[in-house]
Design a protein around this ligand. Sequence first.
Ligand SMILES: Nc1ncnc2c1ncn2[C@@H]1O[C@H](COP(=O)(O)OP(=O)(O)O)[C@@H](O)[C@H]1O
Ligand SMILES: [Mg+2]
Length: 254
Amino acid sequence: MLEIESLSKRFGGLVAVDDVSTRIEAGKVNAIIGPNGAGKTTFFNLISGTHLPSSGRIRFKGEDVTKLGADRMAQLGVARTFQSTALFDRASVLDNLIVGHRLRTRSGLWDVLTHSRRLQQEQRICRDKAREALDFVGLSAIAARMAGDISQEERKRAAVALALATEPSLILLDEPAGGVNPEETEGLADLIRKLVKHGVTVCLVEHKMNMIMKLADRIMVLNYGRKIAEGAPAEIRANPAVIDAYLGSEHAEV
Ligand SMILES: Nc1ncnc2c1ncn2[C@@H]1O[C@H](COP(=O)(O)OP(=O)(O)O)[C@@H](O)[C@H]1O
Ligand SMILES: [Mg+2]
């Protein structure tokens, strides 16, 4: 689905992503692990079009997308969540979703000023899609609650619902279970499996190793921007370089 060739990103003198080649396979759970500062989020920023790579190539479904920005990547079907999701705390969960969906499918200013039929139609579509997304992630029951009052696990689900607005075929999840307890982590793992079952390829960054080892089909390990290992969970778990750089450290969570 996604082919990455010698991808690098430099910030001044720092090489945040250093000559990484890999692929993200369709219909699978692809995971990226590694210590803090390893370049995981930067890697997501590159493939989602948020940052332009310093060098290297990215192909999505065979097409060269190296120089495309985030809007274009979203249109092509790549969506992402962020490590921390910004929600309007004093608006309902549903309204957050409607706004999120609306920002991704907006009418022109003229339509807004004239309340055109197209706008009304779009608003209806956004509302329906927002409800559908909330239903998918299991948040229908709290649609009316203020976003500031929901739990961390519910925020993580809302982040996935927001990413679904553009009907992605590839979704990049940055620490989808960060800061949630083990029981809730199980629920989020189920949600990720549900995405794949519905045809959405997943690539995720996580520190929760129990979850990753059970959930991922393949894992890439980054350390100081470089790929140090790649393979099935069992291979990664037994890899001395990975244990040394990451699994044996305090970065990896249970
Ligand atoms: N926009 C930026 N400008 C400068 N340095 C950055 C920027 N984004 C990330 N970095 C640096 O790149 C390295 C990798 O960061 P990041 O991708 O966030 O790592 P991870 O997500 O694996 O913790 C870090 O040293 C970080 O400080
Ligand atoms: Mg990060």
